[in-house]
Ligand binder design. Sequence first.
Ligand code: AMP
Ligand code: MG
Length: 678
Amino acid sequence: MSNPATLKAAILVVSTTASKDPSADSSGGVLNEVFEAEGAGKWEVTEVKIVGDEVLDIQRAITGWADKENAVNVIVSTGGTGFATHDITPEAVTPLLHKQAPGLVHGMLAASLEVTPFALMSRPVAGVRNKTLIITLPGSPKGAKENLQSILKLLPHACQQAAGADSRTLHAGGVKKLEKDAGVRASSSHQSHSHSHDHSHGHSHGHGHNHGHAMPVRHTAPDENLRSNDPALGPTRRNRSSPYPMLSVDEALKLIKQHTPAPAVVSAKVDGSLVGSVLAADVSASEAVPAYRASIVDGYAVIAPEAGASSKGTFPVASISHATPGEIPELKPGQIARITTGAPLPPGATSVVMVEDTVLKTMTDDDKEEKDVEILAEGVKDGENVREVGSDIKKGEVILRKGEEVSAMGGELGLLASVGKAEVTVYKKPIIGVLSTGDEIVEHSRPGDLRLGEVRDCNRPTILSAVRGWGFEALDLGIAKDTPGALEEILRDALRKVDVIITSGGVSMGELDLLKPTIERSLGGTIHFGRVSMKPGKPTTFATVPVKNNAGERVSKVIFSLPGNPVSAIVTFHLFVLPSLHHLSGVSPAGLPKVLATLDHDFRLDPQRAEYHRTIVMMGRDGVLHASSTGGQRSSRVGSLKSANALLCLPTGKEPLKKGDQIEALLMGKVRSEFDVL
Ligand code: AMP
Ligand code: MG
């Protein structure tokens, strides 16, 4: 049983080496000793954990300790605060902090600077999450120890405050009393540490190291650079206009191309599941087609005569070659062999004479078989009516090239099958999770009338079907409530299972719009864009989140947060998500195919934003593609999508486009034709 008066500490060792071999860690033990030996009996280390240099692992450990009831009072991490590429502890911890504690950071840095100028190479952060103080210490045992020592005496006070102790009681008696209780004293310098190991330094040399050196000065905590709202601050502190720059559609597409991870390469069986996959390597024929000399007609295999001699004459039918595997006796001069289309030529035969060029002369005694057949053809040449070995496909020839897609039409599968390819190298097709968000959203199929404020989930069934319709595997992630914790949990879980998450809703400017803050602040993701100048779909958001895959490698996963309005969601799916799915699976060109269509009527333009107008594109009797609107284009009116097979790309402008103008359209579905008969 732990004494309720003692403070609980957790130690998180961040080291990829130590996570594989715990015996490689010494900092964890050193910190434990500091708490025990120098903590004035106030501390009990209740948790120790070792994780690799992985954002999500660090975050999981910290939230595991700080987000429960009776959480630990302090979490100190050691490691990952330097400048090496794998050092990401501050980046992992910062988004978790509800309050920053720059004073502690300053105190630690000031103390270590007295020991070594290399203290500047540490990038500590400190702050409070819920009721827990979190401090990131350097990874070296010496550095970690000195940093902890420099602030240890002040920690109980900070922890009591963070845990909600009444601050008036806590501060009764003034600063002097606090200093005395904590066993620290003010000095002429700014710091109030009094660690035991370097009293010999005294404070006489002051902060000389501060003078004459140009030191980088930062006036804001890194946290302040996150653009999303901090949901903990509530509606009064939210941004009142979007802090995300407004990008053009082309700029957004460029960022998608740039930040969508490169496709993974896998080996796949040659069967129907290959349809839609793109080859990641050239495929060459391991066998020749045909594999043997085969007849291309029904007739008689013959030995072509020497030049000048006649091929006519009556010959005995010495053997029969059907298109079945097996041994065939050799054909001798003066003999012929009956042969069917596709059957192998008997050894010794050079050519085939069509049955039409022959006459049956005599039969066997039982009348059941041919005995002698007359060849009527003159001038039969070597190789006549024969498909030579490898004449369709040579052994070793490249039959399909890297980057080619296996279509449902069957041509590519047919080629692979003909040469006996059982496996090929392809780009792995991503798995896509689809999530709806919103407290008001209910299952589309929920029986009964809607209560006031309820909205049936239209986006999830639509996007799931679009994802599958484009040939990708989709996972239904359900509906998330508008609470940060719920959303974070669903997204974290989904990041383990899928390569791409598509959410809808929660990206507008309301206080319950949690997607951006959750991605940025809780998952440590990067939002590449959060606003696009287009109609519909302005708040479309594209982010990537670093995670570890099953093989332990760091990879980045993609999150698209689409607007909640059903039309915006499906339009932005086609415009932005599809190209990303194509990049991820090696499909090129990425995205919807573009055609030129002639307007069937005038179209009004928006002066500010490019519009993606739901349109029916139809091949006219004049041989030209025609575009006509599906009607009312409000982004909540999902009926405007029914029977639309294209998005007409309307530019910005003041004057309407005229009937007969030619405009680009993106094809989402089959083009109908006025030539079609019912
Ligand atoms: P939001 O961006 O969450 O504010 O959503 C914008 C609008 O879209 C609101 O009117 C939502 O009710 C609506 N909406 C959000 N998600 C869905 C959904 N899955 N199905 C239908 N409507 C939705
Ligand atoms: Mg919402």
